[in-house]
Design a protein around this ligand. Structure first.
Ligand SMILES: Nc1ncnc2c1ncn2[C@@H]1O[C@H](COP(=O)(O)OP(=O)(O)O)[C@@H](O)[C@H]1O
Ligand SMILES: [Mg+2]
Length: 287
């Protein structure tokens, strides 16, 4: 019997995921991509664990393995002490109540034909809770939105508000673990800090474990206690955030640190005109 208080939220034991690419000719073998290679790590309950690395380093693949959306080709993933690969659907339902996800693109992950209240209530309905109006309002308020927003559709909101709705939806089943894949990368810099603050608040307020992925170390620094630097499928360095920020050990971490703009500095140095220009640019980019 394991002690619930000391069981890690997530444990990765030599986790690997290979993909086989289509072969380019009949004479050559199909090339194999090691998207994740031999990753081991333990995320304690209540910890805020960041994963940072450039595009293609395997971050999303690893998150999919942690969420049971894909299976490792080697090693094991344990959530709250239970191995989650090769699980029958019933066990994965258990997992969905414990662990919830927020993705990069709120427009892609929110069904445009559904009203906000149905989007947020969906995980509750899946649990058989149909009388959920009060809970939906409570969740909307927890993410800084109001009861009136329940009747509107995703396209009626800004990117930042849509990401708030995604967070409310993720909180609905009352998870212990929140997993976020580049949750602010699609947002304008002027609203990034707000959404990061919201994630910070809900992790604190709902006593969650956070696993947060970004290509931007300054974003991870804002919300995480400890950070893994991922490169070509491997964790090359895992360190407390401030240590990584001030004294990165691995040459790749040093390179990553040198390349990222500091979010705080970027925001502090911005004028109202800069912010207005950002808003205009964001609106101009909206299809
Ligand atoms: N379903 C897949 N089939 C083949 N290759 C994949 C698949 N998913 C990811 N990859 C490859 O795995 C590597 C890591 O991708 P990904 O996990 O998306 O990285 P990141 O999220 O860090 O940008 C990339 O080389 C990508 O092309
Ligand atoms: Mg990714």
């Amino acid at each position: 019997m394991t002690d619930a208080a000391t069981t890690p939220a997530v444990e990765l034991r030599g986790v690997g995921r290979q993909f086989r690419r289509r072969r380019t000719s009949l004479l050559t073998p199909a090339p194999v991509v090691d998207a994740v290679r031999d990753v081991s790590a333990t995320v304690a309950r209540g910890e805020r664990f960041g994963i940072v690395g450039e595009s293609g380093s395997g971050k999303s693949t690893l998150l999919r393995l942690i969420c049971g959306l894909d299976q490792p080709t080697s090693g094991e993933v344990l959530v709250e002490g239970r191995p989650i690969h090769d699980q029958p659907a019933r066990r994965l339902r258990w997992l969905r109540q414990r662990l919830q996800l927020v993705f990069q693109d709120p427009m892609g992950s929110l069904d445009p034909r559904m009203r906000v209240r149905d989007i947020i209530a969906e995980p509750l309905v899946a649990q058989g809770k149909h009388d959920n109006e009060a809970r939906v309002v409570e969740l909307l308020e927890a993410v800084g939105m109001s009861a009136g927003d329940a009747h509107r559709y995703p396209h009626q909101f800004s990117g930042g508000q849509r990401q708030r709705i995604s967070v409310a939806r993720a909180l609905a089943p009352g998870p212990d673990i929140l997993v976020a894949d580049e949750p602010v990368s699609a947002l304008d810099v002027s609203v990034r800090a707000q959404v990061l603050n919201l994630i910070d608040e809900v992790v604190e307020g709902f006593d969650l474990t956070l696993i947060f992925v970004s290509h931007d170390l300054s974003v991870v620094r804002h919300v995480c206690d400890r950070v893994a630097v991922m490169r070509r499928g491997e964790f090359v360095e895992v360190a407390p955030t401030e240590q990584l920020w001030t004294a990165p050990q691995h040459p790749y971490s040093q390179q990553l640190l040198a390349a990222v703009p500091d979010l705080h500095a970027a925001l502090a140095g911005r004028t109202a005109t800069d912010l207005a220009r950002d808003v205009e640019r964001a609106l101009g980019e909206t299809p």
